[in-house]
Design a protein around this ligand. Structure first.
Ligand SMILES: [Zn+2]
Length: 491
């Protein structure tokens, strides 16, 4: 029996009367007024929480974990507002020495740049070095001439880029894929660091939508001691057959992982993105990856094998199509992103049992781009409150590396729709703190009750009473536990 006694906590969702909470064998076994519970044996771990707020562990419902582990180490260019300033930041880095054979930047957003990207800006930034800059939404990569050669050799086919040096969609995915092919032991080290960082923000579980099916990688990591997160690992169409052959249904525990790794959803991408202007729109612009009949057939096969569909849809036309697919198949699942919706589709989420898996920080990153490229319709973009009012369940996520793997960033963006001192963007679509919290917790729970699995966070402040979105964004996490085992503790 393993036992932990949390002394003097205040429980999220209550008025804050101090309690003692006893955790036994990974579950919440008892809750009583502070000072009234005692350890039952000398082996009981006692944590004096000194009035910290106790809540269920936090979940990031949409991450690309290996990409995030890699991106955390790349040059962050997200603060650059032009092609020229991006190139000049990379030139500064190149001068101080690059540890790898390729200089990699991450996070450019060219939707508002005064002039488009040009290949030769990167040629000049670091002569003699392949330079590649990955767009914030991952749907484009901007390369210099050496990088185009370097990656063409790695992916084994020519990569046709114009004068801008930009590759889009599949070409871009192939380049980021090649960049991700670092030796397993190196990547696992990066991942172990990123797992620790996630635990330090209160995260107990992620839904990993990495593009290469990951249950074997995660099994290897857990067995090597990286055990600070629960991971649901999803699968894409290219490996659907292989996943079905494993016989695991969504939510099933992967053997040999101590319950930490589970089979994730079946993820399918139906359109592009806002930033790359490839989102499928009702005006006919953008790209659709599949015909309706093909999507239905694929989703039906996944559902028959017990896999829950997670359908990427960003443009309003893509969202209509995704909802049509769910309706035709008669399955429940999630729409990933759900960024732009025609008004008639808002109520279909709840009616069809389709959760909206949304990334609120994207609204902050992309508000100017949306105002430009979705001019006149942004009142129905990132329509979180409308979805909530219509009864849809909202799941919050980061889409890391697009935004940082930090649920407090997602919650702050959902609650405030503001950042950097700017006025809120479409404030009518702000979420109540309680809704954002439930969209970010284990099982949508508000508080902690006897019988719960002891996936928990300890917080310096009550997240439901945060005075501002800024306070949420910088919320202080004091402890994180999975089944009562602390993955992070700083009390
Ligand atoms: Zn994603």
């Amino acid at each position: 029996m393993t036992e932990t006694l949390l002394r003097t906590v205040r429980r999220v969702g209550t008025s804050g009367a101090p309690s003692d909470v006893l955790l036994v064998d990974g579950r919440v076994a008892a809750i009583a007024p502070a000072g009234t519970l005692d350890p039952t044996s000398a082996e009981t771990e006692v944590v004096d929480a000194a009035g910290a707020w106790l809540g269920p562990g936090l979940v990031d419902h949409h991450v690309h974990f290996d990409q995030w582990a890699l991106v955390r180490r790349r040059v962050d260019v997200s603060g650059c507002d032009s092609a020229e300033s991006t190139a000049s930041l990379l030139a500064d880095v190149a001068r101080t020495g690059v540890p790898d054979r390729v200089l990699v930047g991450h996070g450019y957003r060219d939707g508002m740049w005064p002039r488009p990207a040009r290949r030769e800006l990167l040629d000049q930034a670091a002569p003699g070095l392949p330079v590649v800059v990955i767009s914030a939404d991952l749907h484009a990569v901007w390369c210099n001439a050496l990088a185009l050669q370097h990656f063409a050799a790695l992916v084994g086919r020519p990569l046709p880029a114009g004068e801008d040096g930009v590759l889009r969609e599949q070409d871009a995915f192939d380049v980021t894929g090649a960049l991700s092919r670092v030796p397993d032991d190196v990547l696992d080290g990066f991942v172990a660091d990123a797992v620790e960082a996630a635990a330090a923000r209160g995260v107990t579980r992620v839904r990993d939508l990495e593009m290469v099916f990951g249950i074997d990688r995660w099994t290897r990591r857990v067995q090597a001691g990286t055990d600070g997160l629960r991971v649901g690992s999803g699968v894409y169409p290219g490996e659907l057959d292989a996943a079905i052959a494993r016989g695991l249904r969504t939510g099933d525990v992967v053997p040999g992982t101590r319950g930490l790794v589970t089979m994730g959803p079946f993820k399918v991408i139906t359109d592009g993105s806002l930033g790359t202007r490839t989102a499928a729109m009702t005006d006919g612009s953008g790209v659709l990856a599949y015909a309706f009949e093909d999507l239905v057939a694929m989703v039906r096969r996944a559902v028959a094998a017990g896999l829950v569909p997670a359908v990427h849809a960003i443009g309003d036309r893509a969202n209509t199509l995704a909802l049509d697919v769910f309706e035709a198949v008669g399955a429940r699942g999630t729409i990933e992103h759900a960024q732009l919706l025609v008004p008639e589709d808002v109520e279909r989420f709840a009616r069809l049992g389709v959760a909206a898996s949304v990334q609120p920080e994207h609204a902050m990153d992309d508000r100017d781009i949306a105002d430009r490229h979705w001019a006149g319709v942004t009142d129905r973009a990132f329509a979180f409150a409308s979805l909530d009012r219509a009864g849809a369940s909202l799941l919050l996520g980061s889409d890391a590396p697009v935004a940082p793997l930090d649920p407090w960033v997602s919650m702050a963006a959902a609650v405030g729709r503001d950042r950097d001192g700017r006025e809120p963007w479409h404030p009518a679509e702000r979420l109540a703190a309680l809704t954002a919290w439930r969209g970010s917790t284990e099982g949508g729970r508000v508080g902690v009750s006897v019988g719960d699995v002891a996936d928990l966070v300890l917080l310096a402040e009550d997240p439901l009473a945060a005075p501002s979105s800024g306070a949420l964004r910088s919320a202080r996490v004091l402890g994180t536990a999975i089944e009562g085992r602390f993955t992070y503790l700083d009390v």
